[in-house]
Design a binder for this molecule. Structure first.
Ligand code: NAD
Length: 375
């Protein structure tokens, strides 16, 4: 049983394994082969992987006879020549935006498993790359905002006078939003937050922030599979826009994280609302890659609009590569080890398993995921 760890393409700093997960795979009696330089962006040297028991080699070396190929953001299929048909390709494969690549993986006989389609069920929590990476992105979004803001976050009483605390508003209180609230609180800001899911009200309060909720139109009740965000009614959207308009004009920093699974991000802040903020305010749009929550956001770019800086944050987890790689690598290990058959010495993925059904994209040369074939 051989596990290959690929060096990612340019721009991807993270690595799909760390020495800790290499050791754990070896403890399951697997051989681990790491492509030379794979850990560079995440501050892991080839020698660290070798010390953990892996073999380091070229792309061709590691692909040869590999049963499992680990990746963070999905390799160009042309670089996988020599991979064994039937091998598992496991990682963040971005299936909807990389359809042609997924077809090519099928053509090469690979069994592609998209970790971002992990179902949000308790059993899969430790395998969830979206959660692990969003958590770090929520933290980094606040640091980006603080760095771009020409004022301080905490209140400071000095001999030369008082510096007032920054007012931070977090829109969308999922994994990233909760971490953004906690980080802004630690930096001493006055924090408020909103979501469409009523269950987040208590979570906001428990972090010491102020909930700002639409009261006259019902939001989404409950948590779990029934409680995820959907597109809201026009009536709700109107009430939300009014609420945001009155609140946002008083804010210095806004962090938006609102996403709707499988849909473009909801538009939460209009250009007029941006214009109502005071000069020097900062908006970080964590939904930029999904189309953005803010009018005028460009993914990966920083723009100025009405004196307000809008940061279209794209994949912030990459800027914390050592930590984000460690969490990502553990997500992959937790997934594979949960399905490990000790007698066969390899992962066995039952067709009727909820996790397998959700993440398996290709098998035996064909697309096998309804979400992809129906897209
Ligand atoms: P997400 O990234 O899909 O969305 C971020 C937040 O935006 C969500 O809280 C959503 O309700 C909110 N949102 C959507 N539309 C909005 C709008 N118009 N206005 C304001 N907010 C809006 O969410 P997420 O971070 O993946 O987490 C969602 C929930 O799922 C959380 O309760 C989280 O704990 C849970 N979760 C569970 C698992 C698991 O059990 N395995 C894994 C991940 C997340």
């Amino acid at each position: 049983m051989k596990i290959a760890v690929l060096k990612e393409e340019t721009g991807e700093t993270r690595c799909a394994a760390i020495p800790e997960t290499v050791k754990k795979f070896i403890a399951l009696a697997a051989d681990v082969m790491v492509e030379s330089g794979a850990g560079e962006g995440a501050s892991v040297a080839d020698s660290d992987f070798t010390a953990a028991g892996a073999t380091v080699g070229t792309r061709a070396d590691v692909l040869k006879d590999a049963d499992v190929i680990l990746t963070v953001s999905g390799p160009d299929s042309r670089t996988l020549a020599g991979a064994k048909p039937g091998a598992l390709l496991v990682g963040g494969l971005d299936p909807l935006r990389r359809r042609q690549e997924i077809f090519a993986y099928a053509g090469a006989g690979l069994e592609a498993l998209a970790m971002e389609w992990m179902p949000r069920i308790t059993r899969a929590q430790s395998m969830d790359i979206l959660s692990s990476q969003s958590n770090l992105a929520g933290y980094k979004a606040v640091l980006e905002a603080a760095a771009a803001y020409g004022r301080a976050f905490p209140m400071m009483m000095t001999a030369a006078g008082t510096v007032s605390p920054a007012k931070v508003f977090v829109m969308g209180v999922g994994v990233a939003g909760l971490q953004a609230i906690a980080t802004a609180k630690r930096l001493g800001a006055q924090v408020s937050a909103t979501d469409v899911r009523s269950a987040t009200r208590e979570q906001i309060q428990s972090l010491g922030a102020k909930p700002i909720f639409v009261e006259n139109v019902p939001g989404i009740e409950g948590e779990g599979s029934g409680g995820y965000a959907t597109e809201m009614s026009p009536e709700y959207q109107k009430a939300q826009a009014e609420l945001v308009s009155s609140h946002i004009a008083k804010q210095d920093i806004v962090i938006t994280t609102a996403l709707i699974p499988g849909r473009p991000a909801p538009r939460l802040i209009s250009d007029d609302q941006v214009a109502s903020m005071r000069q020097g305010s900062v908006i970080v749009d964590l939904a930029a890659d999904a189309g953005g929550n803010v009018e005028g956001t460009h993914a990966g770019e920083r723009t100025a609009s009405h004196g307000v800086t809008i940061i279209g944050a794209s994949n912030l987890a990459r800027s914390l590569a050592a930590d984000s790689s460690a969490l990502f690598a553990r997500n992959l290990y937790n997934f594979l080890s949960a399905f490990w058959d000790k007698e066969q010495g390899r992962p066995v993925l039952p067709d009727d398993d909820e996790i397998v059904k959700a993440i398996r994209l290709t098998r035996d040369g064909k697309l096998v995921n309804e979400r992809l074939s129906g897209a």
